[in-house]
Design a protein around this ligand. Structure first.
Ligand SMILES: Cc1cc2nc3c(=O)[nH]c(=O)nc-3n(C[C@H](O)[C@H](O)[C@H](O)COP(=O)(O)OP(=O)(O)OC[C@H]3O[C@@H](n4cnc5c(N)ncnc54)[C@H](O)[C@@H]3O)c2cc1C
Length: 303
């Protein structure tokens, strides 16, 4: 079948690769280079926070973890398995997805202000390297790239048997769905002082994710804001919070500040309507569920 995927971020490219592997003739149409997407700004931790529908997200995560584990064994993918801890300030059940990341150990000895830490060894993805690798895989699989912004899906429907709407924040407008909104995220890249663990404080949105040549320090989630300029006060606040979380990064050299707009929706939408398969609204978990969603898109395209 001829399939046009709209969107060249992590979701569009993962769908495109799986579709090409299933012998479809695939074109990716995207307004921006993959290096200018939200996906490249992501911290790259495979963990599905606040994601709905929870049962499908747990399944998508499970499928993605299997694939990321496989990629962690291959050079040049930007994927590795790294231990770390998710600090929590309130007593909550161990989440549904704990099995999906290969099991979690609950540590109640972390001290105030935290009540516990969930320790695990999930995949951690260096996003720039990973998206470069994924771009190469998509090209090697024979996928055509077409760089242009679409006003509506009708512009590509005549050239395809099925269109996949994987345009992130732009997908809502293309689908006539006003429930997709931006959730601004600002992060600071610092020189990685050789950290061997990632740390996330789930309740105040602070995190330090080491990638070797840099560590991603976060973060913010400003629902409704689409401001792409970095805010200097936010940068200072992130560095203060992360320095408290991981003292080794307090004096680390600042390499840059990045901003991305998460495509937020109450529920991730993976659904076929006539000859359009929608796959958008991944909010803060797009990397985590990417391969599971791509597998489902292939099943929906094939019918
Ligand atoms: C600071 C930050 C940290 C994050 N950390 C993590 C993390 O650790 N783990 C995790 O799982 N997730 C994380 N996320 C979330 C993750 O980045 C997103 O869920 C994911 O990138 C969404 O991917 P996407 O492909 O849907 O969108 P995007 O990457 O935004 O790609 C959208 C694509 O659609 C194209 N497009 C849009 N409109 C049109 C149009 N009209 N015509 C043609 N093309 C169009 C764009 O050009 C682009 O190619 C983070 C996000 C941020 C901002």
């Amino acid at each position: 079948m001829r399939v046009t995927v709209v969107g060249g971020g992590v979701i569009g490219l993962s769908c495109a690769l799986r579709l090409a592997e299933a012998s479809h003739q695939v074109t990716v149409v995207s307004a921006d280079a993959t290096t200018d997407t939200t996906s490249v700004v992501a911290g790259g931790l495979i963990y599905p926070r606040h994601a709905e529908p929870a049962d499908r997200c747990a399944r998508w995560t499970e499928a993605s973890v299997v694939e990321f584990k496989r990629l962690a064994d291959q050079p040049g993918t930007g994927v590795r398995m790294l231990p770390g801890k998710l600090l929590r300030r309130q007593d909550r059940p161990v989440p549904l997805w704990s099995d999906a990341v290969g099991g979690i150990t609950r540590d109640t000895g972390v001290g105030a202000p935290w009540v516990d830490a969930l320790r695990s060894r999930p995949p951690l993805v260096h996003m720039r390297r990973y998206l470069e690798w994924l771009t190469g895989e998509v090209a090697s699989a024979g996928v055509r790239r077409d760089y242009r912004g679409l006003r509506d899906l009708g512009q590509v429907e005549a050239d395809a048997d099925v269109v996949v709407n994987a345009a992130g924040l732009g997908a809502g407008r293309l689908a006539g769905d006003s429930t997709v909104i931006p959730a601004r995220g600002q992060v600071v890249h610092v020189a990685d002082p050789g950290l061997t663990e990632w740390v996330v404080d789930e309740d105040d949105f602070s995190y330090v994710l080491p990638h070797g040549d840099h560590a991603v320090c976060g973060g913010t989630e400003e629902v409704g804001s689409d401001a792409l300029e970095p805010d200097p006060d936010t940068t200072r606040d992130i560095l203060r919070r992360c320095g408290e979380l991981v003292p080794e990064i307090a004096d680390a050299e600042v390499l840059g500040v990045r901003v991305g707009l998460r495509p937020l929706r109450q529920e991730i939408r993976v659904e076929r309507v006539d000859d359009v398969v929608h796959c958008y609204g991944h909010g803060g978990v797009g990397i985590t569920v990417s391969w599971g969603c791509a597998d489902e898109v292939v099943a929906l395209v094939t019918g």
